[in-house]
Design a protein around this ligand. Structure first.
Ligand code: GLN
Ligand code: ZN
Length: 773
C-alpha cells in the first residue's frame, strides 16, 4: 500500500437496494417470469445504482471521498460473497461456467432452487427480519475469485465521476455464517478454510485497488454475536489471522471493518492490533469501548445513527458519543450503526402519514442527512450544527408530549398488573377441563391458520382500498370465502377448524391497523429476503384496542360448523418484531401494552363461544439478543407478555401457540414457560430434527411438530406423513401429539394444499388405527 487516503468524515454502511418504488423487485421478478432479458435486468440495476449514488450525493455525501458505499445486491449480500469466492453448493456445480463463474440466472437458481435441487437455506440475519442465504462450505470447496461484479460496479460509478467504497461481507463472518456442505466429515468447520478464502479476498482487494478504490468495507457483524457456532477463542484467532493477512497485502485499498448490530467486545482489541485502517462501531446497540492498544492509530467510525429503526432520535446524544470516541483516537468519523437497508427510503414518500408523526421520523434519506450534518460538525465544529441538533431535540420533546404517546388509562392499567395476571394455574386441571369441553380424538388434526390467499381475495381487498367495493360487500366476499374454507376442512376431515384468515393482508399489519398507537405507511417497504419486501407498521404510541377485531369473523365461522373453530391472533412479541417500535421506553413495557389489548380480544373471543385460541409467536427466536448476557431479560419480558395476553381465560379454554423455525433448542425453555396448552412448530422441513429436543426438555403439554412442509408446492405422500407422525410418537407421549402442517398455507395454491391435507388426515387415520389395533 502506498498512500492512505483519508476516511470520509461521514458515511453510511449501506442503503436500501430494492428501490424507492421497489424497482429492483419488479425487474427481478420480470426476469424470473421471462418478460425481460438478463441484459435488460442488468441495465435496470445499473440505473438503480446510478440513481442511488446521485441521491446520496444530493443528501450530502461527497462524490469522490469514498463516502458512498457500493453495496448493491440482486438478491442477498451473503450469496454475493459466496459467488464472489466461488463457493457454489455442490448440487449446483453444473451452474458454474468454464470461467468459474455463475451467470445471473444461475445466481437466482441457487437462491430459489430448481427441480429436486433445494435452494440454499435461508436464515435470519442477526436480530433483524432480513434473511440471508446460508453458504455451504466443505473441504472440497474450491475457492477462487469468481465474480468481478464488485469491481465492475465500482468502475461503473467511476465512469460517472464517483469514487465509491465497495462493500462485501468479510471473510470471518462469511465462514461463521456458512454451514458444512453435505458430506463434510464430522468435526469439519467452515472456519477451517480461512486461509484458503483469504487468498481470494487478497486477490479481490488487489483488483479493487487496481480499479482505483481507495477504501473497501468488509462487514463483520458475526464478531458481535455470541450465538455463532464456534468458540470465541477460535473466532478471535480468525479475526487476528484474517486481518493480519489482508492488512499485509501489498496492493490493496485501505480497509474499513464494520461491525454492526452490537459491540465488538473482546474482538475490538484484537482488530486494533491488526493493520486495518478503520473500524466501524455500532454505538446504538453497543457502548463506547474501553481504550485498547492500537486503537489510537485507527479511524473510529461511530455508528451513532440507528440504521435499524425509523426514529429521528436525539442528535445531541449522537454527537456526545462521537465526542467520547475522540478520547480513543484522534480520527473519528460518523456513520449509521447498520446498513440502512432495514429502513424504508424516504419519509417524504408518505403523504398520508400524519404531519406531526412524520416530524419525529427519519427513514434512510433523512438518516443520510443526519450523518451529513454530524460530519459537518466533526469537520467544522459543533457550533455549525447547533440548529440541526436543536431541531432534532425539539422534535423529540414534541413527541414526548404528544397526545397518544402517553395514554393515561393504558399506563394506569399496566401499573396495576400483579403476578396473578401472568399465570393460568395448574396444567393438569386445565387439561381435564379442556378434554371435557372439546372431546377431541387422539392425534387431533388442525392447520396453522391461513388458507391460500387467492387472486380473488387480493383483488377484493385492493378494490376495497380503492373504494370500488363497499365495506359490507367486502365482508360478504370474505364470508363466502370462509364458508368455502370451512366446508373444505369438513370434507377433508380435520378436527379443529380455522377461518383461513382471508381478511388479513399481513398477520401483523392487520392488528396494527386495528389497534390504537400504530400507523401504517404507503411506501415503507423493506427487504425481507430476495425480492420479498414487508411494510412494517410504526408503533408510535401507547397501544390499546378501540373495538373487538377478530370476534365477528371467528363467531361467524363457528356458526357454520359443529367442530371447534380456533380463534387466531398474532402475539405481542411478533407484533413488536415485525413493526418499527417506539424507542422511548423498554420493549417489555410496549409488549405488555400490546398483550393487554390482546388479552381483551381473547376474553371477547371466549365470551363469543370460541373454545380454542391460537396466539402466534413466530418471531420469538428472532428478537433473541446477540449477547448472552442480554438474553435472559429478553426471554423474561417476551414470555411475560405472551402469558399476560393469554392467562385471562377459563381453564376449559385451550390456548395454542405457533412458532416457525427449527432451531428450537436455544429457546425451548422459554417455549415451555409460555405455558400454552398446545404448541405447533416447524418440523417437517428438518425431518423432525426438533423431536429429540422436545423429548430431552421434558415438554409436558400438547405439541404439534409440523408434518407437511408448506414452503414448497410438493405434496407429501401418505407414507411420508405417516413416518413423520411415527417419529414424533416414538419420542413424545401419545396424548401430547397434534398433527398439523409446518406453518400457514397462505402462500400455497389450492391444488397442492387440498391434496396435502387429505394425505395428512389419511396418515393420521392410519396411525390411529395402528395404535388402537
Ligand atoms: N396463523 C398464521 C398463518 O397461518 C401464522 C403465520 C406464521 O407463523 N408466520 O398464516
Ligand atoms: Zn409459521
Amino acid at each position: 500500500m502506498t498512500e492512505v487516503a483519508a476516511f470520509p468524515t461521514g458515511t453510511i454502511l449501506g442503503y436500501p437496494r430494492i428501490g424507492r418504488r421497489r424497482e429492483l423487485k419488479k425487474a427481478v421478478e420480470a426476469f424470473w417470469a421471462g418478460t425481460i432479458t438478463a441484459a435488460q435486468l442488468e441495465e435496470q440495476a445499473s440505473q438503480l445504482r446510478r440513481a442511488t449514488r446521485e441521491r446520496l450525493h444530493e443528501l450530502g455525501l461527497a462524490k469522490t471521498d469514498s463516502s458512498i458505499p457500493e453495496a448493491f445486491s440482486f438478491y442477498d449480500q451473503v450469496l454475493d460473497a459466496a459467488v464472489t469466492v466461488g463457493a457454489i453448493p455442490i448440487r449446483f456445480s453444473s451452474l458454474v461456467g468454464h470461467d468459474g463463474a455463475v451467470d445471473l440466472a444461475g445466481y437466482f437458481t441457487i437462491a430459489r432452487g430448481e427441480g429436486d435441487n433445494a435452494p440454499a437455506e435461508m436464515t435470519k440475519w442477526f436480530d433483524s427480519n432480513y434473511h440471508y442465504l446460508v453458504p455451504e462450505i466443505g473441504p472440497e470447496t474450491k475457492f477462487a475469485l469468481s465474480s468481478y461484479r464488485l469491481v465492475q460496479e465500482f468502475t461503473e460509478a467511476k465512469k460517472d465521476g464517483y469514487l465509491t467504497r465497495p462493500v462485501i461481507v468479510g471473510p470471518v463472518t462469511f465462514l461463521l455464517l456458512s454451514k458444512p456442505s453435505e458430506g463434510a466429515p464430522d468435526g469439519f468447520s467452515p472456519l477451517d478454510r480461512l486461509d484458503d478464502i483469504l487468498h481470494v479476498y487478497t486477490e479481490l482487494l488487489a483488483r479493487l485497488s487496481e480499479a482505483g478504490a481507495e477504501w473497501v468495507q468488509l462487514d463483520e457483524p458475526a464478531l458481535v454475536s455470541e450465538s455463532v457456532d464456534a468458540d470465541r477463542a477460535a473466532v478471535l484467532a480468525a479475526v487476528a489471522r484474517a486481518y493480519d493477512v489482508l492488512g499485509e497485502t501489498v496492493s490493496r485499498p485501505s480497509i474499513f471493518v464494520a461491525a454492526p448490530y452490537n459491540s465488538l467486545g473482546d474482538a475490538l482489541p484484537v482488530l486494533a492490533t491488526t493493520p486495518v485502517e478503520a473500524i466501524g462501531l455500532d454505538l446504538v446497540r453497543g457502548d463506547i469501548p474501553a481504550p485498547a492498544d492500537g486503537l489510537e492509530t485507527k479511524v473510529l467510525v461511530g455508528g451513532v445513527i440507528d440504521g435499524h429503526n425509523i426514529w429521528r432520535g436525539e442528535l445531541e446524544a449522537a454527537w456526545q458519543k462521537l465526542d467520547s470516541l475522540r478520547a480513543l483516537s484522534p480520527s473519528v468519523a460518523v456513520s449509521t450503526s447498520t446498513s440502512l437497508f432495514h429502513t424504508p427510503h424516504d419519509v417524504d414518500d408518505e403523504p398520508l402519514l400524519d404531519e406531526r408523526l412524520k416530524s419525529w421520523l427519519a427513514f434512510a434519506d433523512q438518516k443520510v442527512g443526519q450523518v451529513a450534518a454530524l460530519a459537518r460538525g466533526l469537520a467544522t465544529g459543533k457550533e455549525h450544527i447547533e440548529v440541526t441538533l436543536a431541531a432534532a431535540s425539539a422534535a423529540l420533546r414534541d413527541r414526548q408530549s404528544a397526545p397518544g404517546v402517553h395514554d393515561g388509562s393504558v399506563r394506569e392499567r399496566a401499573s396495576r398488573l400483579t403476578s396473578a395476571d401472568f399465570g393460568r394455574g395448574d396444567y393438569a386441571v386445565r387439561l381435564q377441563a379442556q378434554d371435557a369441553a372439546l372431546s377431541l380424538p387422539f392425534l387431533p388434526t388442525t392447520t396453522i391458520g391461513s388458507f391460500p390467499q387467492t387472486g380473488d381475495i387480493r383483488r377484493a381487498r385492493a378494490r376495497l382500498l380503492k373504494g370500488e367495493l363497499a365495506h359490507d360487500e367486502y365482508v360478504a366476499a370474505m364470508r363466502d370465502e370462509i364458508r368455502r374454507v370451512v366446508a373444505l376442512q369438513e370434507e377433508i376431515g380435520l378436527d379443529v377448524l380455522v377461518h383461513g384468515e382471508p381478511e388479513r393482508n399481513d398477520m401483523v399489519q392487520y392488528f396494527a391497523e386495528n389497534l390504537d398507537g400504530f400507523a401504517v405507511t404507503q411506501n415503507g417497504w423493506v427487504q425481507s429476503y430476495g425480492s420479498r419486501c414487508t411494510r412494517p407498521s410504526i408503533l408510535w404510541g401507547d397501544v390499546s384496542r378501540p373495538a373487538p377485531i377478530t370476534v365477528e369473523w371467528s363467531s361467524f365461522t363457528q356458526s357454520l360448523t359443529a367442530k371447534p373453530v380456533k380463534g387466531m391472533l398474532t402475539g405481542p412479541v411478533t407484533i413488536l418484531a415485525w413493526s418499527f417500535v417506539r424507542d422511548d421506553q423498554p420493549l417489555g413495557e410496549t409488549a405488555n401494552q400490546v398483550a393487554l389489548a390482546l388479552r381483551d380480544e381473547i376474553a371477547d373471543l371466549e365470551s363469543a363461544g370460541i373454545g380454542i385460541i391460537q396466539v402466534d409467536e413466530p418471531a420469538l427466536r428472532e428478537l433473541l439478543p446477540l449477547k448472552i448476557a442480554d438474553q435472559e431479560a429478553y426471554l423474561d419480558w417476551s414470555v411475560g407478555a405472551f402469558r399476560l395476553a393469554t392467562s385471562g381465560v377459563a381453564t376449559r379454554t385451550q390456548i395454542h401457540t405457533h412458532l416457525c423455525y427449527s432451531e428450537f433448542g436455544v429457546v425451548i425453555d422459554a417455549i415451555n414457560r409460555l405455558d400454552a396448552d398446545v404448541t405447533s412448530i416447524e418440523a417437517a422441513r428438518s425431518k423432525m430434527e426438533v423431536v429429540p429436543d422436545i423429548k430431552t426438555s421434558g415438554f409436558g403439554r400438547g405439541i404439534g411438530p409440523g408434518v407437511y412442509d408448506i414452503h414448497s408446492p410438493r405434496v407429501p405422500s401418505v407414507d411420508e406423513v405417516t413416518e413423520l407422525i411415527e417419529i414424533a410418537l416414538a419420542s413424545i407421549p401419545e396424548r401430547q401429539v397434534w398433527v398439523n402442517p409446518d406453518c400457514g398455507l397462505k402462500t400455497r395454491g389450492y391444488t397442492e394444499t387440498v391434496a396435502s391435507l387429505h394425505n395428512v388426515v389419511e396418515a393420521t387415520r392410519r396411525v390411529r388405527s395402528r395404535v388402537h389395533a
